[in-house]
Design a protein around this ligand. Sequence first.
Ligand SMILES: Nc1ncnc2c1ncn2[C@@H]1O[C@H](COP(=O)(O)OP(=O)(O)OP(=O)(O)O)[C@@H](O)[C@H]1O
Ligand SMILES: [Mg+2]
Length: 522
Amino acid sequence: MPRTRASASHLFIPRKASRAEQRAARAGFAEARRQARRAGAPPKHRAEERLDPELRPAYPLSGRPGSSSARGGKLSLPAHRMTTATVSGAYPFLAEGGLGAEGIFIGRDVHAEAAFCYDPFSLYSSGRIEGFTNPNAVLAGIIGMGKSALAKSIATRAIAHGYRVYVPCDPKGEWTAMAQALGGCSIALGPGLPGRLNPLDAPARPASVSVGDWSAEVRKRRLLLLAGLARTVLKRDLLPMEHTALDLALDLVVAEADANGTVPLLGQIAHALGSPARLDQALGNHAGHMGPAAQDLAHALRRLVHGDLSGMFDAPSTVAFDPTTPMLSIDLSRLGGSGDDTALVLAMTCASAWMESALADPDGGRRWVIYDEAWRVMRHIGLLERMQSQWKLSRGLGIANLMVIHRLSDLLSAGDAGSRGRVLAEGLLADCSTRIIYRQEPDQLAAAASLLGLTGVETQAVSALTKGRGLWKVAGRSFITQHILHPAERALFDTDARMSAKGAEFTKTEASLLPLRLREVQ
Ligand SMILES: Nc1ncnc2c1ncn2[C@@H]1O[C@H](COP(=O)(O)OP(=O)(O)OP(=O)(O)O)[C@@H](O)[C@H]1O
Ligand SMILES: [Mg+2]
């Protein structure tokens, strides 16, 4: 009887086909499956095939066929590695890392698609950026591109960071609403207005400065102011004897004022200059030389005392400088409407002298001083000298100056190459570690490129900038930044209101709500 098998090995199936036959069968099966799939699908037309032959691209999307396509391993180049710092020499906007998150939010870095923050004080103190030697900035751009809006945003946001803001001359009166909305104040000067500023006011002595040093500093500032005023009216440099006459007149008037416990006034200086006997006596030389020397000066200062600016700068100040106020602006919009800038320049000189002397306290905290419409002062050497001394003092006093101009060539209008005005204006630019360039007219691009050392790519970018967008050059680093305005800021800063129907809708009631809205923003 046959034995039943209790166990079995794995079933062995012998190969019926060779490996090559199996491979061929697999390929045949895959091909049959592909054909079946294609047969089921509706016929597809490539996008280009549907186009007009004229509009079809010359080469397929995959690129140019053939050996000249540099594909297929026929062209092999050695790998070239370099740092982004080196690549940025060829293309300056390559993945800029930004200035960090510290400081005031300005807007969007267009190339890095990141927030752009800026604070000259922290950039200076941290030493993070090589070549950032001072906190001053220049902002240049054609009319209506948003220069004032950027300056105002910087001011508004800086106040939220605890800084104070001063606008020594506001020829358009644009800053008044803003100063009031931010809890500061504005002094309006003009014929018939009650505001008075005495540019010869002596500021309070900072605790860190000795009495002797301080009185020498105040005397120097007053002399600089008087010489600046005389030069503006006379439209020429002063002669050595005229400087002596100013010295003598100032010392006489200050001694008298100290004896009477009053403040020296411009009218008294003009009067002293018109009294040759007093000047000769003060000089100790009775030859009568000072009379003719002081004659022109006496007439020049008369304009401020009896001329179109009478009263504004020849009386004790009606406002005391309050160092705790967050913002102070001097509204000069009622002056200079006649096309003659001299009145405006004299007023700017007096107003900026008054404010700058009040800012001379190095313990006054970090401050921004904004010169909006500064292009108007570029032709006046007296004002340029004042600005230059402020620029030089900026680090010592903790002040960042911002100068707003239209074109870089405004700086060249200060005088011929090599002249004093030109040297001063170029010095101001050199002392600005931050340069913000908004759109420039095509004919201005060459001047901008040579003054700022722009690369070809930067120059091209500047010609195509839109509103609120600027090239920021921060000590050699470049950013294209879109300034972003908050809706409350936009309502407050709107300078186009009169160009649109909106102007009529913007009422005083809305203006009074703005501080509340701004507080909500912070
Ligand atoms: N980033 C921005 N986004 C939207 N609107 C803006 C921006 N910047 C400015 N504006 C608007 O553009 C208008 C003109 O701006 P602004 O007065 O600042 O120009 P400007 O360059 O100072 O002109 P001007 O040279 O005449 O003084 C304003 O009404 C302002 O609200
Ligand atoms: Mg403006």
